[in-house]
Design a protein around this ligand. Structure first.
Ligand code: NIG
Ligand code: FE
Length: 414
């Protein structure tokens, strides 16, 4: 008789939303009812219906899912999680009628967070961001992207990125860091945007790349940010350091940001409310993911919807993220973003869940590692007390998370 297969752990008495390639499966969630999932060495070793488990297996640990649902650990693929202070005072101004752009032009906005972030020590930044990261992970987030962009000089951008790397170790979350030196013009470069871009390309980016502190490079291509030509200079410099790019694109106006991200074969173009059909087509052809940010749309009371129908028609993978930042989306609930993606943008709950798992992984360039329940993927999972996966997008203010599993280890069993 053949020897039993040995695994570190097996989950049974669970339903699975695998989010794996769903073609030919029961539904868009990749549902496997009464499933089983085996883990070995921190990775998924086997996934399927319980009745199809191999005849003889053994596991160090057998987890009972109590008839809940297992999904991939959630992925928040666009955040500005590391910053100091907050901008509640600007919220008061905006509610009284000032626009985001008015406030930015008057020296507030991103510039006010830059002042607070420059003044904060690295430990302080880590401590403030850790509170937000714990709020995200309490809702099943196991991977998060964190951008720099509130330092805007070499020392402070490096400080932000080091803080982001430290958070990964502290909170047991996989962190992907993004260098966003071209986020805003720092006050000392007022009127000299091209000189600042030269600093970003010739000094900041090389320092960040040398210290291996960034996994990608981003820019804010916008009337109140940088022009497409300046953005292209940053992307050229990223290419020299073999770093992939992504872009804050077409959020407040159509500057052709989606198309620009496509020209550079970017990982993602994010926001996209004002993106044109030509940009969407270019993104589809270049395999660029769309990252939709309903929290910023809601908080800025934006009315221009991102081109969802066109993204669908062209087959552009859609990801959803919090955009957690103090100015346009002070939000630490990725589940709330699922609900808003459906209610505000018209996504199906299955599209929203794919947006924080499979497609979010794609937007970070880590799709072979996380985002699906499939053999070989990291065993980063979330167990939910729900009767079906649509509930994750349906309820808001609820948190049905029962357990979060990181590299195979369950850390929050209630
Ligand atoms: O993603 N658009 C630029 N960056 C942020 C806002 C940052 C801020 O206002 O502090 C965003 O919306
Ligand atoms: Fe952002």
């Amino acid at each position: 008789m053949s020897a039993a297969i040995r695994w570190d752990a097996v989950w049974t008495n669970v339903h699975l939303a695998t989010l794996a390639d769903t073609a030919g499966t029961a539904d868009d969630y990749g549902t496997i009812r009464d499933g089983a999932l085996a883990i070995d060495d921190g990775r998924v070793a086997w996934v399927g219906a319980r009745r199809d488990l191999p005849a003889r297996w053994r596991a160090e640990t057998e987890h009972d899912g109590h008839n809940g649902w297992l999904t991939p650990g959630l992925i928040d693929c666009h955040t500005h999680l590391v910053y100091a202070g907050n901008r509640a005072d600007e919220f008061e101004l905006r509610v009284a009628g000032a626009s985001y752009e008015d406030i930015a032009k008057a020296g507030g906005g991103i510039a006010s967070t830059v002042r607070a972030t420059r003044d904060a020590g690295e430990d302080e930044l880590v401590a403030q961001a850790a509170v937000r990261l714990r709020q995200l992970s309490a809702e099943g987030v196991t991977t998060v992207e964190i951008k720099s962009g509130y330092g805007l000089d070499i020392a402070n951008e490096l400080k932000m990125l080091r803080a982001a790397r430290r958070l990964a170790e502290m909170c047991g979350v996989k962190v992907r860091t993004t260098f966003l030196g071209a986020h805003a013009l720092p006050p000392e470069f007022a009127g000299r945007a091209d000189d600042y871009i030269a600093l970003v390309c010739e000094e900041m980016l090389p320092a960040v790349a040398d210290a291996k502190l960034a996994d990608a490079v981003d820019a804010f291509c916008e009337r109140i940010g940088f022009t497409p030509a300046q953005t292209a200079r940053v992307f050229d410099a990223a290419g020299k350091h073999r770093l992939p790019v992504k872009l804050h694109a077409d959020q407040l106006s159509d500057l052709g940001g989606g198309r620009l991200a496509a020209e550079y074969r970017g990982l993602s173009a994010d926001h996209l409310e004002h993106a044109s059909e030509a940009s969407v087509r270019a993104m589809a052809e270049a395999g660029v993911a769309a990252v939709l940010l309903p929290g910023a749309f809601y908080f800025l009371r934006e009315t221009q919807l991102p081109p969802i129908a066109s993204l669908r028609r062209h087959g552009v993978p859609m990801a959803i993220a919090t955009d957690c930042n103090p100015g346009t989306s002070p939000c630490t609930s990725l589940l709330l973003m699922l609900n808003m993606a459906c209610t505000l943008f018209g996504l199906a709950p299955s599209e929203a869940l794919a947006g924080v798992t499979r497609n979010a992984a794609k937007a970070l360039g880590v799709g072979s590692e996380v985002g699906r329940l499939a053999p070989g993927q990291r065993a980063d999972l979330a167990l939910w007390d729900i009767a079906g996966p649509a509930e994750l997008a349906y309820a808001f203010g609820a948190n049905p998370l029962v357990a979060r599993v990181v590299r195979g280890i369950a850390d929050e069993l209630k």
